[in-house]
Design a protein around this ligand. Structure first.
Ligand SMILES: [Zn+2]
Length: 337
């Protein structure tokens, strides 16, 4: 799946193809085959204390000023959203708890730049499309992509009909705010989630949770654990191992539940900067935990079966920019039932 420099619409109009990736940290814009421009995202993560409405205005202004006349934009958005309507329900990293009510981003962008064709997708759906394009095989019935990054969410594609089924609000797989399954001490399970809840999957297993989990486990210098963890793991440090086991557990339990409930899932991909950044140790721990035989019900899901049905992506393997472009051309269709 490569980004096309131009595309021809049904009406014969030739449009410049632009791909955008809006995350909590970075706003990335790729025009045609040019190099991707990376700007700090207008987010609460980058500008603590700023009003959500002001951040939204800055986002619209930046995008409206960045795309060429008559362009065709395929955008991956790090927010829970209704892709059919182009409406964002919210995003902790972008806007914290606000703005009040849904954000009709596609309509707002169209009002500012009516010459541009705007296609908006959730970043996990875009990641899923990219993952399926790269690793999907003809015999796969369902493929799941789970992202472990500044937040946690998953999407499942039904490849028998090339669809991503969603609910009436356009949502599917917002698992980051489910209660985490964890055997960690109470102090870990009581950690606050950015959404305001307690003990959620994201509160233990997302990237920003790492220093908080470390502190709750009594790890020394928890504020610098992010930089030190890989080295400490490779030297066999038992404290670092315990920390890794703790942050992987809620994700492993999600995978276990998915596989238990839907035998049609033939492949699960784990991506996102946090999991990809930890790399092989994260993968090994995830496979170990998911492959654990706990009862007779796990006979079909032992370590061998886990290895080939679970893939931890390497950095760059999943490209939400390419995924958004593929979705905008109908690679998968988001369907409300
Ligand atoms: Zn939460």
């Amino acid at each position: 799946m490569s980004t096309l420099p131009v595309t021809q619409d049904r009406d014969g109009q030739v449009r410049t193809e632009v791909a955008v990736d809006l995350g909590g940290t970075w706003l990335r814009i790729r025009t045609g085959s040019e190099e991707t421009v990376r700007l700090p995202a207008p987010s609460i993560l980058n500008r603590p204390g700023e009003q959500p409405a002001a951040l939204l205005e800055l986002l619209i202004e930046t995008l409206a000023g960045a795309v060429a006349e008559g362009a065709r934009v395929a955008m991956s958005c790090g927010a829970a959203m209704d892709e059919e309507q182009g409406v964002l329900h919210g995003s902790g990293p972008l806007w914290g708890g606000g703005p009040d009510g849904p954000v009709p981003l596609r309509a707002l962008l169209t009002a500012r730049r009516p010459d541009v064709e705007w296609h908006l997708f959730n970043d996990v759906t875009a990641g899923l499309a990219s993952f399926v394009g790269r690793f999907g095989r003809p015999h796969h019935r369902r493929v799941v992509y789970l992202t472990v990054s500044s937040g946690i969410a998953l999407r499942t594609a039904d490849l028998t009909e090339r669809s991503v089924p969603v609910d009436a609000h356009g949502l599917q797989g917002e698992v980051g705010h489910l209660p985490a399954v964890s055997t960690a001490p109470a102090a870990v399970r009581a950690l606050r989630c950015p959404c305001g809840g307690t003990g959620h999957v994201a509160a233990l297993a997302a990237g920003p949770a790492l220093p908080h989990v470390a502190a709750a486990l009594g790890v020394e210098h928890p504020e610098s654990i992010r930089d030190a963890l890989a080295t400490r793991l490779s030297s066999g440090d038992p404290v670092a191992r315990r920390l890794l086991t703790t942050v992987v557990e809620p994700v492993a339990e999600l995978v276990r539940v998915l596989r238990c409930l839907d035998p049609r899932i033939d492949l699960i991909g784990i991506g996102g900067g946090y999991a990809e950044g930890l790399g092989d140790p994260y993968r090994a721990e995830l496979v170990r935990q998911v492959g654990e035989i706990r009862s007779y019900a796990d006979r079909a899901t032992g370590p061998d079966r886990t290895e080939d049905r679970l893939r931890l992506c390497r950095p760059g393997e999943v490209d939400p920019l390419a995924g958004a472009v593929a979705l905008s051309h109908g690679a998968l269709t988001v369907t409300k039932r």
